[in-house]
Design a protein around this ligand. Structure first.
Ligand SMILES: NC(=O)c1ccc[n+]([C@@H]2O[C@H](COP(=O)([O-])OP(=O)(O)OC[C@H]3O[C@@H](n4cnc5c(N)ncnc54)[C@H](O)[C@@H]3O)[C@@H](O)[C@H]2O)c1
Length: 256
């Protein structure tokens, strides 16, 4: 098994790609801490893992709150007996507003998309340091690699995540802690609907999705498992010489 004896924490693990990651990591032998604001959803994921014979723990946390970031990482380390893998996946689309944006909207997006990543990594490395290093995977987006007309604020946060990964890779490499990024394109999760549907009706959202779809060379939306599989490779020792990279998982969307 590819993650045998690894202790893995996944934030936003109750749904979509995070959920797929928890299930995949557990199937490959990891003990998993499922961190999410949605305690019930996280429990469903943990139950599914345990039903299949794995080990999983639920940690309810609102990662937009700094105190929850440190508590979640410390609790995860306590229940798992340490941390070898962190997939920091939590994020929100945020508002598409630029002009006259209420400051709280700006803060809401940046607090989860950037600050929570910074704080969770800052806590997790303390626990990884006690072992044999570790692997940290951050979730950005293709909007962290190219600009987004639809969502400049989201793009700013995700570029921030890509920058953090490069800097963390430099800083923690000597301690055998690797830091890499998955950059999903359009991926079929509840968040995609929120992103496409913001401030518009269903028909307009469907039209936006159609325009995006036309630009995907592989001709389909991503599935949560596509991203979970990439996260699995980054979590495993198969990628042991890889750090500081950001991988688009987007059906070729930004290849042009
Ligand atoms: N779906 C896409 O098309 C897409 C594309 C690029 C990047 N992403 C990134 O993927 C991540 C979202 O994952 P998904 O698409 O699997 O979404 P999803 O909607 O399936 O799941 C999001 C999860 O985040 C949890 N969450 C929300 N706010 C939280 C908070 N404050 N604290 C803790 N947990 C919280 C929710 O409860 C939910 O379980 C984000 O980082 C997002 O930027 C998504």
């Amino acid at each position: 098994m590819r993650l045998e004896n690894k202790r893995a924490v996944v934030t936003a693990g109750a749904s979509g790609m995070g959920r797929a990651g928890c299930l995949r990591f557990a199937k490959e032998g990891a003990k998993v801490a499922v961190v999410d604001i949605d305690e019930k959803g996280a429990k469903d994921v943990a139950d599914a893992i345990m039903l299949a014979g794995g080990e999983a723990h639920v940690i309810a946390a609102d990662l937009s709150k700094p105190e929850d970031c440190s508590r979640a990482m410390n609790e995860a380390s306590d229940v798992l007996g340490g941390i070898d893998v962190l997939w920091s996946h939590a994020g929100v689309p945020g508002t598409d507003q630029v002009e006259d944006i209420p400051l709280e909207q700006y803060e809401l997006a940046m607090n989860l998309n950037v600050r929570s990543v910074y704080l969770c990594v800052g806590e997790a490395v303390k626990h990884m340091r006690c072992g044999n290093g570790g692997s940290i995977i951050l979730t950005a987006s293709i909007s962290g690699l190219v600009g987004s007309q639809l969502s400049p604020l989201y793009s700013a946060g995700k570029f921030g995540v890509v920058g953090l990964a490069k800097s963390f890779a430099l800083r923690y490499g000597p301690e055998k802690i690797r830091v890499n990024v998955v950059c999903p394109g359009l991926t079929n999760t509840p968040m995609l609907r929120k992103f496409m549907g913001r401030n518009v009706d269903d028909a307009a959202a469907a039209q936006t999705e159609k325009v995006f779809m036309a630009g995907i060379p592989l001709g389909r939306l991503g599935q949560p498992e596509d991203v979970a599989n990439a996260a699995l490779w980054l979590a495993s020792d198969e990628s042991s010489y890889v750090t500081g990279v950001s991988i688009p998982i987007d059906g070729g969307y930004i290849a042009k």
